[in-house]
Design a binder for this molecule. Structure first.
Ligand code: GAR
Length: 202
């Protein structure tokens, strides 16, 4: 069974979609550990309720990123795939290199549009009519790695950050477990910037 680690910073609804897909049998993997970079966040509670090992590695208690990441790494032994699910920190190139092809992120826009921490606000400010979400492998840039799956949603004239983010989240909760299952089935082939999705084995 493929072992996942899920890294979160807050609410954890993307985490919950992965927990639910595993329970439903549509995702054949197990979550070995949930790690947050902040204490007392809802993601920890969700993991606890699901009976999953969970720890907080509080970034504020480390002098520098290298020590913080070393502590995370210590907890990732035996993990096959690292999932960033609303993890709001940039990981160092060294960390990313360590997990090349085994580190996924979800971002609430149709990349390469609206990278960064304010995707919904930026999409609304720009006036796009369509936005969405992107699951991608993480490379050394920010929100720049090879794209695995995307889903589009309409942007309405009266959307606020809240309404747009809720519409996008519904899609996130569908495509993230799907992308992970494709990894589990060995169907993701990275070729430079491109991720080819191979046919399912018969
Ligand atoms: C999600 O919308 C995810 O796409 C976004 O944070 C939210 C986490 O929600 N991630 C990023 O913006 C990463 N740059 P959640 O805590 O309810 O899963």
């Amino acid at each position: 069974m493929i072992k996942l680690a899920v890294l979160c910073s807050g609410r954890g609804t993307d985490l919950q979609s992965i927990i639910d897909a595993i329970k439903a049998g549509t995702l054949q993997a197990e979550i070995s550990i949930v790690i947050t970079d902040k204490p007392n966040v809802k993601a920890l509670e969700r993991a606890e309720i699901a009976g999953i090992k969970n720890i907080c590695i509080d970034r504020k208690t480390f002098d520098n990123r290298a020590d913080f990441e070393a502590e995370i790494l210590k907890n990732l032994a035996g993990v096959d795939l690292v999932i960033l699910a609303g993890f709001m920190r940039i990981l160092s190139p060294e960390f990313v290199k360590h997990f090349t092809g085994r580190l996924m992120n979800i971002h609430p826009s149709l990349l390469p549009s609206f990278k960064g921490a304010h995707a919904h606000r930026d999409a609304l400010a720009y006036g796009v009519k369509v936005s969405g979400c992107t699951v991608h492998f993480v490379d050394e840039g920010t929100d720049s790695g090879p794209i695995i799956l995307q889903a589009a949603v309409e942007v309405k004239d009266d959307d606020t950050e809240e309404t747009l983010s809720a519409r996008i989240l519904e899609q996130e909760h569908i495509i993230y477990p799907k992308a992970i299952q494709l990894f589990v089935e060995g169907r993701l082939k990275i070729e430079g910037r491109h991720v080819k999705i191979l046919e399912a084995a018969k």
